[in-house]
Write a protein that binds this ligand. Structure first.
Ligand code: NAP
Length: 259
């Protein structure tokens, strides 16, 4: 067996269909690209059509198979419609990546029910609903990979964690419950846990050089995360190599969480 063939038995995603929410920007965009380059047909889901189309165009130009669905994941009907539309493109997904997220960061005293509801809807309820829609089918077919993207704020308070930390902590619990339900049927459910990653989500923090340097110093690698840092971990959790890894939280954070 050549080394390329051997690596394929571990990591190739040929023949798989993936749905990646938040796949038009930042970490989700890098993950969608990684899964597509590893062989999966990928449908990305977010709101902004221009960013969705631009991402898909780039992937297709590389020879990948990709498409997009525009949907607002803040309401249940939007999630339901997105799921049906996404499954209609390449068929029912084998891989679901829940990466769409919002971080609105009001100070605790100003955290109102509107921010609370939006945060929990996008960051927690949409992953739950998509899991309910796709998880049982994956289990019935005997293979599935569910990957949630949480945050170091699932584990510690950090710059007005407010509702955001709550949503991410609960998402890690959801992954464990999904793992309990579906792992016996070949469906693993795990979370990727970013530290501080330079993406549009934290534009305010990442445009402050002092803050950026201070956060980089809290890692062990001496730098903040880049979206591309998630490519390898996502391919691993989406593919054959991770069949015995389930219910876990994989920190991709340069050592931020253990420093
Ligand atoms: N960057 C970090 O430091 C960091 C740290 C820890 C965890 N994370 C997590 O990593 C994930 C990705 O974050 P990122 O930094 O890559 O952020 P980003 O670049 O802002 O991307 C967020 C994505 O989510 C989509 N989205 C947001 N609200 C949506 C909604 N209501 N309906 C549908 N799609 C929606 C956005 O597209 P549209 O706006 O077009 O809808 C975009 O594709 C998030 O879950 C975030 O919580 C990030």
């Amino acid at each position: 067996m050549t080394s390329k063939d051997y690596l394929s038995t571990l990591f190739a995603l040929d023949g798989r269909v993936a749905v990646v929410t938040g796949g038009s920007s930042g970490i989700g965009r890098a993950v969608a690209g990684a899964l597509a380059r590893a062989g999966a047909r990928v449908v990305i889901v977010a709101r902004d059509e221009a960013r969705l189309a631009g991402t898909v165009e780039e992937l297709r130009a590389e020879g990948c198979r990709a498409d997009w669905v525009s949907a607002d994941l803040t309401d249940r009907e939007g999630v339901r419609a997105a799921a049906e539309e996404a499954a209609g493109v390449f068929g029912e997904p084998d891989i679901l990546v829940n990466c769409a997220g919002v971080n609105l960061r009001p100070p605790m005293n100003e955290l109102d029910t509107e921010v609370w509801d939006t945060t929990l809807a996008v960051n927690l309820e949409a992953p739950f609903l998509l899991g309910q829609r796709f998880g049982p089918g994956m289990a019935e077919r005997g293979f599935g990979r569910i990957i949630h993207v949480t945050s170091q704020q699932a584990h510690r308070a950090f710059v007005h964690s407010g509702a955001y930390g709550v949503s991410k902590g609960a998402l890690e619990s959801l992954a464990r419950s999904q793992a309990e339900a579906w792992s016996p049927h070949g469906v693993t459910c795990n979370t990727l846990v970013p530290g501080f990653v330079m993406t549009p989500l934290n534009a305010r923090l990442s445009s402050d050089p002092d803050k950026v340097a201070e956060l980089a110093a809290r890692t062990m690698t001496g730098r903040n995360g880049l979206a591309e840092d998630f490519a390898g971990a996502a391919v691993f959790l989406a593919g054959p190599a991770s069949a015995y890894v389930t219910g876990q939280s994989l920190f991709v954070d340069g050592g931020f969480s253990v420093h």
